[in-house]
Every structure is written in structure tokens, then in C-alpha cells.
Design a protein around this ligand. Sequence first.
Ligand SMILES: NC(=O)c1ccc[n+]([C@@H]2O[C@H](COP(=O)([O-])OP(=O)(O)OC[C@H]3O[C@@H](n4cnc5c(N)ncnc54)[C@H](O)[C@@H]3O)[C@@H](O)[C@H]2O)c1
Ligand SMILES: [Zn+2]
Ligand SMILES: [Zn+2]
Length: 394
Amino acid sequence: MKAVTWHGKRDVRVEEVPDPRIQDPTDVIVQVTSAGLCGSDLHLYEVLGPFLDEGDILGHEPMGIVEEVGPEVTAVAPGDRVVIPFNVSCGTCFMCDQGLQSQCETTQVREYGSGASLFGYTRLYGQVPGAQAELLRVPFGNTLPIKVPEGPPDDRFVYLSDVLPTAWQAVAYADPPAGGTVAVLGLGPIGDMASRIALHRGHRVIGIDLVDARLERARERGVEALDLREFENGDLADAVRELTGGRGPDSVIDAVGMEAHGAPVAKLTQDFVGYLPDAVAERLMRKAGVDRLHALHLAVELVRRGGTISISGVYGGMADPLPMLVLFDKQVQLRMGQANVWRWVDEILPLLTDEDPLGVDGFATHRVPLSEAPEAYAAFQEKRDGAVKVIFRP
Ligand SMILES: NC(=O)c1ccc[n+]([C@@H]2O[C@H](COP(=O)([O-])OP(=O)(O)OC[C@H]3O[C@@H](n4cnc5c(N)ncnc54)[C@H](O)[C@@H]3O)[C@@H](O)[C@H]2O)c1
Ligand SMILES: [Zn+2]
Ligand SMILES: [Zn+2]
């Protein structure tokens, strides 16, 4: 089959690789019809190279048609249409029972002290072959696949694998009071969708980014979007306070993470680490932390006293300093983590109707065959050609 494989910093290729096979009796093989390209994939493209091996298959946002099932699979059958969560979670352990599928005790990667395995996401997360491919082996066939109805186009459901539950969790963890104001840092796919969800729930949303197309897209949905580039140090916080009665927003969602953009020093460090020998870089990244915390610091500065910061952007360092004095003094609540996909499915599915209140049908900006993956990764990373959400159609 064809698959998108990793070969080094900013080097992904489309290659012929062996077809996946049923290995465990509860495995399912899915013929992938759509698979998203995610901001999280950019961390692999840019800085997480030390945790990948050449040839690793990328991707974790798939849907498709069940092609084959193992002998113990009863929940789905060949021909069923399914979305596959990006967490590889068993659905039956203590953590899964609590709705903490991203911490699944059956698939935790204890060697690295990590939570649940993820599709297509480095040795830290189990080195499970990814979903930007024609076929995907899915374990836990009785509990992991989300069955979806026939009829509507893939775009209606594909975001259930990651974007929708991540954005939903971001808003749930942000926990703004009824009618309260949420600031969303980063208007990539996750921040954009979190804004839509917050608006849908009757909140006021102030969005912040530094890419024209993304700011514009958010404005069209009713977000008060501010362009980071127009503010000097500190001025942005003043502007946001001015918009919120001098207090600051009730909640701030950080949908940026360690993706480097607009912070030259951190960008240099990341580039530097990206070119170190793997062993050295791996140690540096895990022990020292080379993350750009610009967005997180901004969140701390913006949030009103007693408010909540909800972090969905991925951070990776171990020793990044946090402004504890400010956090403590402002009595800020911090909530974060990988999305627990299954936890939110029942709440989200009723919104995936023909009325399409969240605008999922038109959410993708690019739909391309796998063969265009190298160019699609580059365009998404450089935020050019209006690339916000790319969906591969294998
Ligand atoms: N928690 C989860 O389960 C989960 C799931 C999916 C993605 N993520 C993470 O969420 C983050 C966003 O993902 P995405 O797909 O939207 O990616 P993305 O890279 O397209 O979006 C990030 C956006 O932040 C903007 N940005 C950069 N620096 C900024 C700053 N200082 N202030 C404000 N905006 C800034 C960028 O211009 C970009 O639009 C990534 O870190 C990704 O890894 C987490
Ligand atoms: Zn993703
Ligand atoms: Zn589990």
C-alpha cells in the first residue's frame, strides 16, 4: 500500500510499504478514505525527529471502511463506515472507564513514562503505524472504532478522530461561566474549532493569531480576532483587558503549543535541536525543554483573576519555567492534556447534522491525494496558500 513516511526534519515521502495484517483476534483493518493533517504532525516534521525512525508512517486522524476483522470482533463488520480516534485506547480499563482514554492503562507507553499510545506518533507514544495511508491496522476492534452513518460526505465525520473532541475538551476544560468570554490563542484547526464550539455555546470569543487567512476565517464566524503582529510587548494584554471591562477573559485556551512561529529565540533553539545528533537532541528535549512558551505566558497574562487556562497545544519540555508567582497570585486554574476522544463523542455527534452548526462540511481548505503529502506538509507548516486544514484522500 501507499503511505506517508517520515525521513527526517521537513522530509516526508509517499512510499510503497507492506500492507498491515490482523495480528490480534480483536484487530480490524480499515481502508482509509480520509485522514487529516494536524498541527501535531508539524511537531514531528520539525522538532520531534529524535523520537522517530526513518520510514515511520505518520497520521492519526482517519476514517474509512472496515475491510477485514479479526475472529473476535463483533462490534463492526466489513463494509462498516468508521472513524478511528487518535488515542489507541482499550475502552475497558480503569482510565477508559473514567473517560480518560488518553491515559489508557492498557496502552500506556511505560518505557517513556507516557500516556496512551497514539497512531503515528513517535516512540514516546508507542510507534504505532499511522493513518496517512491506504490501510490502517486498528486494535481493540470492539471498542475503539466509532461507527458513523452512511450518506453525508467524509468531512462531516472525519474530525471526530481528533479536531472535534480536542476542541470540545478545550472548551469544557476552559469552563467559562454562562455567557462568559473565552480568549483563544492560535486559530489553526484546533483554535478555530474551539472558537466555533464556544460561540455555539453562547460565549464571546476573542481569538489571537498572526496569519491573515486564519484571522479572517475566524472573523467570518463571529470571533473578535486580534492580530498578534500589531502589538508590541504587553500591548495585546492591554487590548484584551480593554475589551473585557479591564479584567481579562474568564478563560483562555492555548491552542498553539510548541509549534514555532513568531518567537525568534525559541525558533533558533528549535532549529538548533532539530539538527543535533539524535541521542543528544533526545536528551536535551526530554530533560531541558526547548519549547517556546510564548503562548502559554500570554495566556497567564491575559486570563482574569480566578479564571481558567485550558491548554490543548502540545508542550514537550521537562524544565520549562512557569511564572508561579503570577499563577498563584491570580488564583489561576490550569487544565490540559491530550483529548480523550471517546469521552466526548456522544455530545458531539448530535451536532454533525445537515444544519452543520459547527461548519464541519466546509472546514477543510485542501483535500488532496496522498501523493501530494510532501507539498501539503510544507504548505501547512509555512501557513501559505490558505492552508488551515488539509485532508488526505488515500
Ligand atoms: N491536546 C490534544 O489532544 C491535541 C490534539 C490536536 C492538536 N493538538 C495541538 O494543538 C496545537 C494546535 O494544533 P493545530 O492543528 O491547530 O495547529 P497549527 O499549528 O495549525 O495552529 C497553531 C496556530 O497558532 C498560531 N500561533 C503561533 N504562535 C502564536 C502565538 N504566540 N500567539 C497566538 N497564536 C500563535 C499559528 O499561527 C497557528 O495558526 C498544536 O500544538 C497541536 O499539537 C493537541
Ligand atoms: Zn491531530
Ligand atoms: Zn484503556
